[in-house]
Design a protein around this ligand. Structure first.
Ligand code: NAP
Length: 479
């Protein structure tokens, strides 16, 4: 186990490899160089894909072996959990406490993958429902589809990679992962867990390098049967366009709404929305971005929300008392700063926050944001939340839907009729009742509508996407 990494290797078909060139990985908190990582070339990517395909064609990898490998990898991560947490916290934005939470989730994701591997079932088909087919019997079963190409983002650098590798292995598919260039170390450490768990060579490659340079090869290669992408909308559109006629799973961004109705438990709503807006510095695909509060409780909600936000401790990621660390880099922090400034220029009111220092951006609350402002329409992916007064429940539903995203939404109410109305009419992949949009477990189907993506992740859904049903039919002569 290595942690103070200066010079990393990438994993190419089960073997650790250098590349001619490297790229630098920095700690966003202080801009310190923490690692040099191989800058893969197209040739490396091609080799990883070909080796993956070769392994798929030649290695017997029965379910009991897959379950064993997955559980051993989970044991390994559990054993070295603190090293994993420190790596996440060092290369990314998360505080050490948040990073520890991510490690626990990654272990769970891999264990669920092991469990789900037992349940990759088909069913019998009653062919005799058709006239003339009375003498036929058969079934369908699910078969692995071959090399999976996975591309992952920076914000959950371990668990989102586990969400690709776990289901791929459970299904019996080799996988080639291209992790985010700003946070490749957690993915490499995850690969270490699999390599130490007896995964056959060829079934896993973690190819580090620029998405723009090696991504297209992974996406377009004919031996890659499915592309599983998690990242931003623009990258997702480009990849979907390049992939053409192959399976594609797109887990993209959002600007999630939460509706707070008059009868809600105010304390719960405030606590949950503050956490949902600012955890991981708001760099969270289901983070709370827009809160619509019924006008009668709006003043109380706003006051309590601002007060709680003011008490958040922003600072050193490695300190256990810190609530919020830095953003992933200064460019992103400056982008957030400019979106807030533009909104204020257009008439929005700043209630708290709004200042930047290097990569740190204060937790920020805005109200009266014009609907046309970028921050009200696009994904901010930073520690900024908009709280608006609404005159009716219907207005809240309409404004929630009036964007090009639809991943998760939350609603706080004790009125069951209104909860069900929201469930039916919100155009999203998940509605959390009496929780903010930022609620998820790793076993549930996860994904969105509109610009938030295509298909569903979550172990079982991913396994389904990474397998296909094959129909078997016997024609019997009869005796
Ligand atoms: P990003 O900029 O879209 O990058 C994601 C990945 O795509 C990185 O590995 C990147 O590689 C790669 N990439 C970039 N250009 C590419 C290309 N032309 N071809 C192939 N790959 C390419 O996203 P991010 O900033 O890392 O992550 C933030 C976004 O992810 C947000 O929008 C967030 O909402 C979304 N997200 C969604 C979910 C979900 O499950 N729905 C979960 C987490 C995050 P490089 O790093 O080398 O550029």
């Amino acid at each position: 186990m290595h942690l103070e990494v200066i010079s990393e290797k990438m994993l190419l078909a089960g073997k650790w490899r250098d590349a001619e060139k490297t790229f630098d990985v920095f700690n966003p908190q202080n801009n310190q160089l923490i690692a040099k990582v191989p800058l893969a070339t197209e040739k490396d990517m091609l080799l990883a894909i070909e080796k993956g395909n070769e392994a798929f064609k030649t290695i017997q990898f029965p379910t009991n072996d897959r379950i064993h490998v997955l559980n051993k990898a989970a044991d390994y991560i559990e054993k070295y959990n603190e090293d994993y947490a420190k790596t996440i916290a060092k290369e990314g934005s998360k505080t050490i406490t948040e990073a520890r939470g991510e490690v626990k989730r990654a272990v769970k994701t891999i264990r669920i993958s092991a469990e789900e591997a037992r349940r990759i079932n088909g069913e019998t088909i009653n062919f005799d429902q058709n006239e003339g087919s009375e003498n036929r019997v058969g079934y369908h079963y699910r078969f692995p589809i071959g090399v999976i190409g996975a591309i992952t983002p920076f914000n959950d650098p371990l668990n989102l990679v586990a969400h690709k590798i776990g289901p791929a292995i459970a299904a019996g598919n080799p996988i080639v992962v291209k992790p985010a260039s700003v946070t490749p170390l957690s993915a490499l450490l995850l690969a270490e867990a699999f390599i130490n768990s007896g995964l056959p060579d060829g079934f896993l490659s973690v190819i580090t390098g620029s998405g723009r340079e090696v991504g297209e090869t992974l996406v377009t290669h004919p031996l890659v049967t499915m592309v599983s992408f998690t990242g931003g909308l623009e990258t997702g559109k480009r990849i979907a366009h390049q992939a053409g006629l192959k399976k594609v799973n797109m887990e993209l961004g959002s600007n999630s709404p939460v509706i707070v109705l008059n009868d809600a438990n105010l304390y719960d709503a405030v606590r949950s929305c503050v956490s949902g807006a600012f955890s991981a510095v708001g760099q969270n695909c289901i983070g709370v971005q827009r809160i619509y509060v019924e006008k009668e409780i709006y003043p109380k909600f706003l006051q309590a929300f601002v007060e709680k936000t003011t008490h958040l401790h922003v600072g050193d990621k490695m300190c256990e008392l810190t609530d919020m660390g830095p953003m992933i880099n200064e460019k992103e922090a400056k982008r957030v700063e400019s979106w807030v400034e533009d909104a204020i220029f257009a008439g929005a009111k700043l209630l708290v926050g709004g200042k930047r220092e290097g990569t740190f951006y204060e937790p920020t609350v805005l109200t009266d944001v014009p609907e046309s402002a970028k921050i009200a329409k696009e994904e901010i992916f930073g520690p900024v939340v908009i709280i608006e007064r609404i005159s009716s429940f219907q207005e809240a539903i309409e404004r929630s839907n009036n964007v090009n995203y639809g991943l998760h939404a939350g609603i706080f109410t004790n009125d069951i009729e209104k909860a069900f109305h929201a469930i039916q009419h919100l155009q999203v992949g998940g509605v959390m009742v009496n929780d903010s949009s930022d609620y998820r477990i790793d076993a549930m189907p996860f994904g969105g509508m509109k610009g938030s993506g295509l298909g569903r992740e979550g172990v079982r859904s991913s396994i389904e996407a990474m397998t296909e049903p094959k129909v078997v039919c016997f024609k019997l002569k009869g005796i």
